[in-house]
Design a protein around this ligand. Structure first.
Ligand code: C5P
Length: 423
């Protein structure tokens, strides 16, 4: 996939060609790692970015404002009520090509996730349409707290790129997870976020299915699976951000991502109808949903009572939507399947790719730690019908989504080097 000269420049460490003046708002919040924002700022400036620093009041207790003002492209901003035009946060939000928050405290993350525009930096991240990169740093107990994790999940679902902290020495002589990511990893996050802005799916229609279907036994009980839908929703967000017109057919109870048209379904039959109705007009169909393979043959119309004894459930197979899509597909449509496996994942995924006659099969070992169901991370192998194999090591579901879409784009470019649209 093509990368911008800017992305390559910072990937090489920052001392690159002439500046193009892209604007990065560098937010610094109040944690001990605030001093490390200075090093990041220097690298961004030498890579040719125009860096506008914004500090929270607490950040100024950890880092001298004069230091950051001297090294950035403009003096530090701290207040909603002074400088940079009549409305400071919207002016900054519109100027930004990217907002980078180094370090991001638990409080900042909580406020941002909940839309609390408390101060200049929070108002700016809520007022911008530019990509936002957040680099958390805190003590291990806070990093592992469910509230923090929940808030981060919300941000990732909305397309924020999180550069996770590392293990190592922490303030106060402690040791553990929560140390701010290295400058290299932070700059790599900036690179990836900027690459996302490449609208390489522009003019294309992409249909994504997500979530685990629920097959009713009676009005109360269902047969379902452990799929959270997070990977499919991340795919929809990523495709929309890369310029596609996205339809998301989802059985998950996650919020509908902005930028996608969302169709809610519950059962495999409903998913089949929703997908088949819409697939014909799409350039790419990604079946990330965990569609139930079996459903009760009969659904009881009223709740089955315990007093009736233990019921015997008779199951029947559900329609294989992906196989049907493959039978129906028109010229040039790219079909992507997912294979959640345990055990010999690569071999099974390849067999499935051939059996369903799709272009790409994304396989994940759902028994591996940090991969698969209900995690925020995933590790996958993307196998192509052309024999290509791309390994994506443990990464956020958003990053996995981008890797899958990179493979889709590579296929589209190979098959049709000219810009295309079937609209
Ligand atoms: O056969 P298996 O369920 O493992 O295949 C997984 C792939 O097939 C996924 O992409 C899934 O969305 C799709 N699938 C389907 N209809 C089914 C079962 C799975 O489209 N009934």
């Amino acid at each position: 996939m093509a990368t911008s000269p800017r992305a390559d420049t910072i990937a090489q460490g920052g001392d690159g060609p002439a500046p193009s003046g892209e604007c990065i708002i560098l937010g610094v919040t109040g944690g001990i790692a605030a001093y490390k924002a200075v090093g990041v700022c220097r690298r961004l400036v030498s890579a040719g970015f125009h860096v506008v620093p914004v500090m929270t009041a607490t950040a100024t207790r950890f880092l001298g404002e004069a230091t950051l003002s001297a090294l950035a492209s403009e003096p530090v901003r701290k207040s909603l009520f002074e400088g940079a035009g009549p409305i400071v946060h919207t002016t900054l939000g519109r100027r930004a090509d990217l907002v980078l928050v180094v370090p991001a405290t638990a409080r900042f993350i909580a406020c941002y996730a909940n839309g609390i525009a408390d101060g200049l930096l929070l108002s700016t991240v809520l007022a911008t349409r530019a990509p936002v990169v957040v680099c958390p740093a805190m003590h291990t107990e806070m990093w592992e707290h469910p509230a923090l994790r929940h808030n981060l999940e919300l941000l990732v679902e909305r397309g924020v790129l999180v550069v996770p902290p590392e293990e190592g020495p922490l303030a106060g002589g402690d040791q553990g997870a929560g140390r701010l990511a290295s400058p290299e990893n932070i700059l790599d996050g900036v690179t990836r976020a900027l690459r996302r802005r490449e609208l390489d799916l522009s003019g294309l229609r992409v249909l994504v299915s997500a979530g685990g279907t629920r097959e009713p036994i009676d009005p109360v009980r269902v047969i379902t699976n452990r799929s959270s839908g997070k990977q499919g929703h991340a795919l929809a967000v990523a495709a929309a951000e890369r310029g596609a017109e996205v339809v998301l057919v989802t059985a998950a109870s996650l919020p509908g991502p902005t930028g996608a048209s969302v169709v809610r379904v519950e059962t495999a039959a409903q998913m089949e109808q929703a997908v088949l109705e819409r697939a014909a007009g799409c350039d790419v169909v990604v079946m990330a949903a965990a569609v139930a393979d079996f459903r009760p043959k009969v659904t009881a119309s009223s709740k089955i009572s315990k007093s009736e004894g233990t019921p015997e459930l008779v199951l029947e197979p559900t329609p294989d939507i992906l196989a049907e899509l493959s039978r129906r597909r028109g010229n040039g449509q790219v079909l992507v399947g997912f294979a959640a496996e345990t055990g010999d994942v690569a071999v099974r995924a390849k067999a499935k790719l051939q059996a369903k006659a799709v272009d790409l099969m994304v396989a994940n070992d759902v028994s591996a730690p940090g991969a698969g169901f209900d995690c925020d991370t995933n590790a996958v192998t993307i196998t192509g019908a052309d024999g290509s194999v791309v390994e994506v090591p443990l990464a956020s579901k958003r990053e996995v989504a981008d890797a899958v879409l990179d493979s889709v784009v590579a296929l589209l470019r190979r098959d049709n080097p000219l810009p295309r649209s079937t609209k």
